[in-house]
Design a protein around this ligand. Structure first.
Ligand SMILES: Cc1ncc(COP(=O)(O)O)c(C=O)c1O
Length: 370
């Protein structure tokens, strides 16, 4: 059994995708070809934002808005320690200081009640808080209504890390559309993934759109060889855009299947482990289906029982970022973020993809309930 099965999906899109790839081979437009422009307009209308800037990865999709807004040394950017390292890494790459805020135990997303205090502490340490990067963990958007209220009160802007949540919604809005700017990832294992690295940025801000397009191509001005600012090589390949265009045609159908699988898991398992809660007005893209065991020991037993039956399971995330060696210089210690630390001891993720067979889901639940 696969944790994420990309091969069954490939069989569904194979013929139209091969046609698209052949036409790219014939055209010779391998980077930022017409497929990229088509993809950007399809993604912008899917998400409901004015502009979509495709780029080379989810990491670059997070980094580029920080560069565009001039984030740098002396600035602080707020995020959670319970996320993939890229969320905080881009803050450090921009030269700013990551400022961690703990997550809520029920959603695994940033706790809006704790943001204000973290901002005030940062100011007292001489830092200049500029932005918040909420993470839509495992596919469920963060609480953008409350986060926006805090952001407005403290005059900071929001960069949504929608790397895992493309397709998820909050209050009827699509993931990627929240805050000043949203960033997503098309890493192959993501709900909408390509066959390599890729990402996209969404915004309604025309000026930001222009600057992001420049940063994507080495800070280009009127052409590639006039450079207005420091940028990166952040372009998307035409073949990856072609993959995404084909996958978009079946994406909503796949999301519905992910939802059915999550409902099935939750119905079967809610008396055995803590199952994810996705209350109204949220929907999740179900990048992961993560549950909580009663203790670290019980997690080990359950994961071992699954492994013995050939069923893969994963831990996201075993070490919260404030306890990672890479962030030792920030001076955080055990106990600083108790919810993230507790989750990292008890959480584990079950196989989740739209091609999971009913008998496989039954088998996974049977092992966990034994
Ligand atoms: C929450 C989060 N942010 C950022 C990223 C970075 O995306 P990418 O791997 O496309 O650079 C990921 C991808 O794993 C992620 O899960």
């Amino acid at each position: 059994m696969q944790f994420i099965d990309l091969l069954s999906q490939k069989d569904r899109i194979r013929t139209p995708l091969l046609h698209r790839i052949e036409s790219i081979l014939d055209s010779g437009h391998f980077i930022m070809g017409p497929e990229v422009t088509e993809l950007e307009s399809r993604l912008a209308s899917y998400v409901g934002s004015r502009f979509c800037i495709s780029c080379s990865s989810g990491t670059d999709a997070l980094l580029m808005p920080l560069l565009a807004k001039g984030i740098g040394p002396g600035d602080a950017v707020i995020t959670t320690p319970f996320t993939f390292v890229a969320t905080a890494e881009v803050i450090s790459l921009a030269g700013a200081t990551p400022l961690f805020v703990d997550v809520s135990a029920d959603t695994f997303n940033i706790n809006p009640d704790l943001i204000g205090r973290a901002i005030e502490e940062a100011v007292s340490r001489g830092l200049k808080p500029k932005a918040i990067i909420p993470v839509d963990l495992f596919g469920q958007p963060a609480d953008y209504k409350r986060i926006q209220a805090v952001a407005d009160a403290y005059r900071v802007w929001i960069l949504e890390d929608a790397a895992q949540s493309f397709g998820g919604t909050f209050n009827g809005g699509k993931a990627g559309s929240f805050g000043l700017v949203g960033a997503t990832s098309f890493f192959p294992a993501k709900p909408l993934g390509c066959y390599g690295d890729g990402g996209a940025i969404f915004t309604d801000d025309a000026e930001l759109d222009t600057v992001l397009r420049s940063i994507r191509v080495h800070g280009s001005g009127v052409d590639k060889y006039s450079n207005d600012r420091i940028g990166i090589n952040g372009r998307l390949d035409s073949i990856q855009a072609a993959v995404l265009l084909e996958k978009l045609t079946i994406f909503d159908e796949e999301l519905a299947v992910r939802q059915r699988i999550a409902d099935f898991y939750s119905k079967k398992l809610h008396n055995r482990v803590v199952v994810p809660k996705v209350p109204e007005p949220y929907t999740s893209a179900w990048a992961q289906y993560s549950v909580l065991a009663a203790s670290q020991e019980e997690r080990e037993q359950l994961m071992l029982a699954l492994q013995k039956e050939g069923i893969p399971s994963m831990i996201y995330y075993k070490i919260p970022l404030h306890l990672q060696k890479a962030y030792s210089s920030l001076g955080y210690k055990i106990g600083d973020f108790p919810v993230s630390e507790d989750l990292s001891r008890r959480i584990f993720a079950l196989p989740m993809h739209p091609y999971l067979k009913e008998e496989d889901i039954e088998r996974i639940c049977k092992v966990l309930l034994a």
